[in-house]
Design a protein around this ligand. Structure first.
Ligand code: S3P
Length: 182
C-alpha cells in the first residue's frame, strides 16, 4: 500500500511567517508526495504581470492583498496540490475559511531569530524594506500567531535542513489524517 495515498486527497496549504521555508519546503514536499506544487506569491506575480515589490510600490498593499485573496481562492479550486501561501494570506478571514474548507493547513513555525537571520539575507520583501527584520517579525508574530494557531497541524522546524522538515511535515500530516479518519 502506498503510505502517501491518504496525503493526496486534499490540498496541503503551508502557512507561517516569512522565511520559515513555505516555498522551499513546499516544493520538496510536493516532490516527495508526487503532487503538483503552487506558490501563491509566484501566482500573484504572474497574474499582476509584475514582482511583489512592484505590486506594493505601484498599487499598494491593499491591492496586493486583494490579488492574494483571489489567487488563493482560484488555486483552492484546483485538484489536490501543495500550496505555499504568503505570510499574510492566512490573516484574511475569507482565505482562512476557504483553506479550512478545502485544504489541510500546516503552520511551519521557527524561532524569530532564525527567521530574522534568513530574511535579512534577501531584499525581496517589501514589508522589511528599511526595517529591522526581527522587529517586523516580532510584530507580525504577535498579530498572526493566533490565526496561524488555527491550522490543522503545527510543525516546529527549528533550523533543520529542508528535507528534515519535509519528513516532519509528512509524519505530522499522516498522524492528523489518521486521527480524522472515520
Ligand atoms: C508577506 C509575505 C511574503 C509576500 C509579501 C507579504 C507577509 O511571502 O506574500 O511580501 O505579509 O508576510 P513569504 O511569506 O513567502 O515571504
Amino acid at each position: 500500500m502506498d503510505r502517501f495515498a491518504p496525503l493526496r486527497h486534499r490540498t496541503i496549504a503551508l502557512v507561517g511567517l516569512m522565511g520559515v521555508g513555505k516555498s522551499s519546503v513546499g516544493r520538496r514536499l510536493a516532490n516527495a508526495l508526487e503532487l503538483p506544487f503552487r506558490d501563491a506569491d509566484a501566482e500573484i506575480e504572474a497574474a499582476a504581470g509584475r514582482s511583489i515589490p512592484d505590486i506594493f510600490a505601484d498599487l499598494g498593499e491593499p491591492a496586493f492583498r486583494e490579488g492574494e485573496r483571489r489567487v488563493i481562492a482560484r488555486l483552492l479550486d484546483q485538484p489536490a496540490h501543495v500550496l505555499a501561501t504568503g505570510g499574510g494570506a492566512f490573516m484574511n478571514p475569507e482565505t482562512r475559511a476557504l483553506i479550512k474548507a478545502r485544504a489541510v493547513s500546516v503552520w511551519l513555525k521557527a524561532d524569530l531569530e532564525i527567521l530574522a537571520r534568513r530574511v535579512g539575507r534577501k531584499d525581496s520583501r517589501p514589508l522589511l524594506k528599511g526595517r529591522d527584520p526581527l522587529a517586523v517579525l516580532q510584530d507580525q508574530a504577535e498579530l498572526r500567531y493566533p490565526a496561524y494557531a488555527e491550522a490543522d497541524v503545527i510543525v516546529e522546524t527549528g533550523d533543520a535542513a529542508h528535507h528534515v522538515t519535509v519528513d516532519q511535515v509528512i509524519r505530522a500530516l499522516s498522524a492528523y489524517l489518521q486521527e480524522q479518519a472515520p
